[in-house]
Write a protein that binds this ligand. Structure first.
Ligand code: SAH
Ligand code: SF4
Ligand code: F3S
Length: 455
């Protein structure tokens, strides 16, 4: 046994790992955190699971489809394990949901860690090499998993910072409170230190992450979310601030006010509405009405004209009839969102909605979803077309996926812009004239470097 440990340790440097990721931005950030911890141990990250000695699957269970994708990937990984003895670990929300039971369905895995335990990734691998599977699903508030600061490449200009975790809202359809635990906010001094360090090493855009960032520090004696934004706004080097995700109920007048006065706060908010029917919103336990949602969006638009509003919504929630769905369509017409992520309701284990009466047949739910998506595609296109003839500030972040000759980046309103420009403009803030609006992006021309801070 001891010999195995020694062999494992001395080969650690040569080990290749791959992380397959599913789920939200929080999960993506967790993946980056684990990757940087392992890179810090001298291990090499590879994209192709077939070339890896260790495969970590960071999971999501928000909808059934995410779970299905995970289990079908695990079927393929089991073959890899049988052929070349790959170490396979499961992290994230399915790990937390299933806990030890995961071994019944996937007896071949070597470790499993819930989202609050990702800082133990190296220990889990070490133990797997000694054939001592680590299974850890402990929940301990604002722990080390939140404090890991992932490394960024030399040229990186965008970074994510977790400011809180978990959720106390218990929307009746949602599994997140069961897998990410209760809300817990990170100390503001620690967050501000992290953002200052990012600003000092060339990061221009920071996105603050949490399941419900608007309730940051609601339960702690520390600064509020608007105060945190104000302090970040004063940090040198940082030129753009974003945050995700907001709950409409917790969108306070102070936070709305931030959009009017903090020049680095980008003109975009992702504000899920879920349904336009008050009856369904009540069944969902969302804590606001459609009229209150509309009033908040109007207040945001008053404060910052041109602010882009995107959202999530669910169709086919139990009990939803044509009239309820019609109200959702009306809300979409009324708000004219820049984009919507829309989903058919998927019953989730442990949630109240999974046993509610009035199940909507899947064919009906998908038919509504298609109608909604058609309407939103038209609105998105018309909003993008309305940008034609305007100038936009773009933070470039790569080469366009459609053409090697074009750069790509995002406006402050979070819209993708592709434009011709020299490679020297990569990772810089530029101004471009928008000449065409498409369904998913904008086309720009005449890019000029803009190094003065945007207002
Ligand atoms: N914390 C965020 C996001 C949660 S999950 C928030 O509160 O907005 C992202 C989106 O997935 C949700 O906004 C919701 O639209 C969707 N979603 C969550 N549970 C779902 C379910 N059971 N079925 C279908 N969509 C769901
Ligand atoms: Fe889920 Fe609602 Fe919490 Fe968002 S606010 S994570 S939808 S329970
Ligand atoms: Fe999925 Fe967990 Fe995020 S369920 S959406 S990865 S919080």
């Amino acid at each position: 046994m001891v010999i195995v440990v020694l062999i494992a340790d001395c080969f650690m440097d040569d080990m290749k790992f791959c992380i397959e990721n599913f789920g939200c931005q929080m999960n993506e950030h967790d993946m980056d955190k684990m990757a940087s911890l392992l890179a810090g141990e001298g291990m090499q990250r590879v994209e192709d699971a077939k070339k890896a000695d260790i495969v970590i699957v960071n999971t999501c269970c928000i909808r059934e489809k995410a779970e299905q994708k995970f289990y079908s990937l695990m079927g393929r990984l089991r073959d890899a394990k049988e052929k070349k003895g790959t170490i396979i670990g499961v992290t994230g929300c399915i790990a937390q949901m299933e806990k030890e039971d995961i071994l019944q369905r996937l007896p071949f895995i070597d470790f499993s860690l819930g989202p609050s335990n990702i800082h133990k990734i190296k220990k889990a691998i070490d133990q797997a090499m000694r054939d001592e599977p680590l299974l850890d699903f402990s929940e301990n508030g604002c722990n080390e998993s939140l404090l890991i600061r992932p490394g960024y490449g030399q040229d990186s200009v965008k970074a994510y910072v977790t400011i809180m975790k978990g959720c106390n809202n218990f929307c009746t359809y949602c599994v997140v409170p069961y897998v990410r635990g209760r809300e817990s906010s990170r100390d503001s001094r620690d967050i501000l230190q992290e953002v200052a360090a990012l600003g000092g090493r060339g990061i221009k855009e920071v996105t603050l992450l949490g399941q419900n960032v608007n309730s940051y520090n609601n339960a702690r004696d520390d600064i509020s979310f608007p105060e945190l934004l104000e302090k970040i706004n004063a940090i040198d080097g940082i030129e753009r601030i974003r945050f995700v995700t907001s709950h409409p109920r917790d969108l306070s007048p102070e936070l709305i006010g931030c959009f009017g006065r903090l020049e680095k706060l980008c003109e975009h908010i992702h504000l899920p509405f879920q349904s336009g029917s008050d009856r369904i919103l009540k069944l969902m336990n969302r804590g606001y009405s459609a009229a209150e949602y509309i009033a908040k969006v109007e207040a945001l638009r008053d404060r910052r004209s041109g602010i882009a509003v995107t959202a999530d919504c669910i169709v086919g929630f139990p009990g939803e009839d044509e009239e309820d769905f019609g109200k959702t369509m009306d809300l979409i017409e009324r708000i004219q969102f820049d984009g919507i992520f829309s989903f058919a309701f998927s019953p989730r284990k442990l949630t109240a909605a999974s046993t509610m009466p009035g199940k909507v047949p899947p064919a009906k739910a998908f038919e509504r979803l298609h109608r909604l998506q058609k309407l939103q595609r038209e609105i998105t296109l018309s909003r993008n077309k309305a940008m034609e003839g305007r100038t936009a500030e773009v933070l470039t972040e790569g080469v366009s996926k459609n053409s090697n000759e074009e750069l790509t980046g995002r406006t402050r309103t979070n819209k993708i812009v592709n434009f011709r420009g020299p490679l020297a403009m990569m990772n810089r803030i530029v101004e471009v004239a928008i000449v065409k609006g498409y369904a998913n992006s904008l086309k720009g021309e005449g890019a000029k470097l803009k190094e003065v801070q945007a207002c």
